[in-house]
Design a binder for this molecule. Structure first.
Ligand SMILES: [Fe+2]
Ligand SMILES: [Fe+2]
Length: 204
């Protein structure tokens, strides 16, 4: 008979990871699945809270340059939401689950809160906050890639696709702040997610 799941697991589930072959192959390959699930929850927590904070940050991109910057922030905002959507199902496949309470979820975030700066009328101060959030995301998904490379191809595939978009987001904000060319050209549509789209279960 299968054991009850862990504290984070869905209480209605009666199957433990010991009975799931897709989890066992990952453990057998040398991944600490519990540790990985914790990292994934923190990672998607950062994506979800970033999506929220970017809504506020985008709103405050005002002034003569504001409208163009808003469009770039909007792409990053929706793609970060896509990252939450793309990785969350993997947490459940690995026997984990999101915290029942969204407050706990926000506190677990792998990255600091991307608060609106006090001097937000200087648009560069807003872009600095956006840049720091992207740089934190690169580090966080990089750790997941490191942990799963050659061991858990499914998690690795999602994480590395997310990371490719985070790297692009960092480059966009570096260009806006310092004029460092990023080869940025507008997405074909808002939140296109050219790397992550195949892992999305939603199409909106
Ligand atoms: Fe993201
Ligand atoms: Fe991002």
């Amino acid at each position: 008979m299968a054991k009850k799941s862990s504290k984070r697991g869905n209480p209605s589930m009666s199957i433990s990871n010991k009975d799931v072959v897709a989890v066992q192959v990952v453990e057998k390959a040398g991944v600490n699945v519990k540790k990985l699930v914790d990292m994934l929850i923190r990672g998607v927590g950062a994506e979800f809270t970033t999506y929220y904070y970017y809504t506020i940050l985008r709103m405050h991109c005002t002034g003569l340059e504001g409208e163009g910057i808003k469009e770039i922030v909007e792409d990053a905002r929706i793609e970060d939401r896509n990252h939450f959507e793309a990785m969350t199902p993997r947490i459940y496949e690995l026997g984990g689950s999101l915290p029942r309470d969204i407050r706990e979820f926000a506190d677990l975030s792998a990255c600091p809160d991307a608060y609106l700066p006090k001097d937000w009328t200087d648009i560069k101060e807003i872009i600095k906050v956006l840049l720091a959030a992207e740089q934190c995301a690169i580090k966080s998904w990089g750790q997941v890639c490191e942990m799963t490379y050659g061991k858990d191809p499914r998690t690795y595939d999602i994480a590395q696709n997310i990371m490719q978009e985070e790297i692009e987001h960092e480059a966009w904000f570096l260009e806006l702040l310092y004029g460092r060319p990023s080869a940025h050209f507008r997405r074909r549509f808002i939140g296109e997610s050219p790397h992550v789209h195949k892992q999305l279960h939603t199409t909106h």
